[in-house]
Design a protein around this ligand. Structure first.
Ligand code: SF4
Length: 387
């Protein structure tokens, strides 16, 4: 009976329709290996129809400019108090050194996020501090795409300086930010947020800030932190909120979300209470893959690009996710601190050739892209076609 129902849902999705929240929940509740494989193959077929077979990657560098943070998210092993062992705060010269190195290694994007450091406004406003970084990078490398500052950082600047979200986002855009990471979404459910990130912006505020960014023409990514204490109902609610927001953006002619990235929880070095409650240190790959497939089926008509996290799943896990609905392997990153400090075993940097080899191992073509999924055909990195 359940098989028939799942078959009907999958047929409906393959006919091009959006599935409902109840249908998405039912898909996530499946345990039978044959049914799960049918979900996987539906997601893979939808990926093929919606975005094709080529797998993309971006050459980027992560710069987490400080880990000093006023908040205490219960999954975070990255944050430090000022003066605590391991606390750091990069100055502009250090940021520019990392950026120069990234450009020399072919990066087209700098992805920048950091802790919420109240001392950011010591020499002016908080906004001044953020703009100083952006303008420093853009003056030196105007062609670089700056993918920077989450909705939580936008709210932090707005609160510190008494500005509206629109004022902050417009100023960041004017300063040179080209797109916004859709991080800090975690799970868009306030019951969950009260446990895992009680000081963070609530679900409605995250959606509001992202909506303002879209309306101002600033594209964003979308993410979900999965595999901790959330239920299938809460996972699907999260997808549903993303889908509605993207429908609004599209109706108004904006790019909106450029991609969806699933971020499975790594708890090895996370603060003990949540780690104990979740009861394991590394993500369960099978759970992440089923959720990856359901994300494609639920969101794919509206958000066509789906990316796994090789930092969280390891490269082998992320490569497997390319057969569960994903079409992008992500970025080279060059350095990664937030998840690595949480105990992730995926590494902190990927060579382009390593990403290309992983994609080729599936018999799929690869293609370098920019941050907003434009193709980059350059030098020896041109698209590689399988005969
Ligand atoms: S997740 Fe971000 S906001 Fe939360 S404690 Fe860590 S650095 Fe701070």
């Amino acid at each position: 009976m359940i098989t028939k129902t799942v078959d009907a849902i999958l047929d409906h999705a393959l006919a091009g329709y959006d599935i409902s929240e109840a249908e998405g929940i039912l898909l996530l509740q499946q345990k039978d290996a044959d049914i799960i494989d049918a979900i996987r193959s539906t997601a893979d077929e939808l990926r093929h129809r919606q975005v094709g077979d080529t797998v993309t990657y971006v050459i980027n560098r992560n710069i987490n400019f400080t880990n000093i943070c006023e908040q205490h998210c219960s999954f975070c092993a990255f944050r430090r108090d000022e003066g605590e062992t391991g606390a750091y705060w990069l100055d502009l010269n250090q940021i520019l050194e990392k950026t120069t190195d990234a450009v020399q290694r072919g990066a087209t994007e700098i992805c920048m996020q950091g802790g919420l450091n109240p001392k950011a406004k010591l020499n002016g406003t908080s906004l001044d501090y953020y703009l100083n970084i952006i303008k420093g990078i853009k003056n030196a490398f105007p062609e670089l795409h700056l993918h920077a500052f989450s909705p939580q950082e936008v709210q932090f600047i707005a609160r510190e300086d008494g500005l509206t979200y629109a004022e902050v986002i417009a100023a960041l855009q004017d300063g040179g930010v080209d797109s916004m990471p859709g991080t800090a979404a975690e799970v868009l459910d306030n019951e969950i947020r009260r446990v895992i990130c009680p000081e963070k912006i609530d679900s409605a505020t995250w959606l509001e800030i992202i909506g303002v960014a879209h309306k101002l023409g600033l594209p964003t990514t979308s993410t979900m932190l999965s595999g901790h204490i959330e239920t299938p109902e809460q996972q699907i609610k999260h997808f549903s909120l993303l889908r509605k927001l993207q429908q609004t953006a599209k109706e108004k002619g904006f790019i909106g979300f450029t991609e969806f990235i699933l971020l499975p929880f790594v708890g090895q070095e996370a603060p003990k209470p949540l780690r104990r409650r979740v009861g394991r240190d590394q993500p369960v790959l099978s759970d992440a893959l089923l959720l990856t497939a359901v994300a494609r089926i639920f969101l794919g008509n509206w958000i066509i690009n789906h990316q796994p996290s090789w930092v969280k799943l390891g490269l082998a896990g992320a490569t497997t996710a390319l057969t569960w609905g994903c079409n992008d392997i992500g970025g080279t990153l060059m350095e990664e601190h937030i998840t690595t400090m949480a105990g992730a075993q995926g590494g902190t940097c990927m060579e382009v050739s390593t990403l290309q080899a992983a994609i080729s191992s599936l018999g799929r073509n690869y293609q370098q892209r920019d941050t907003v999924y434009g193709s980059i055909m350059s030098k020896a990195e041109d698209s590689w076609a399988i005969d």
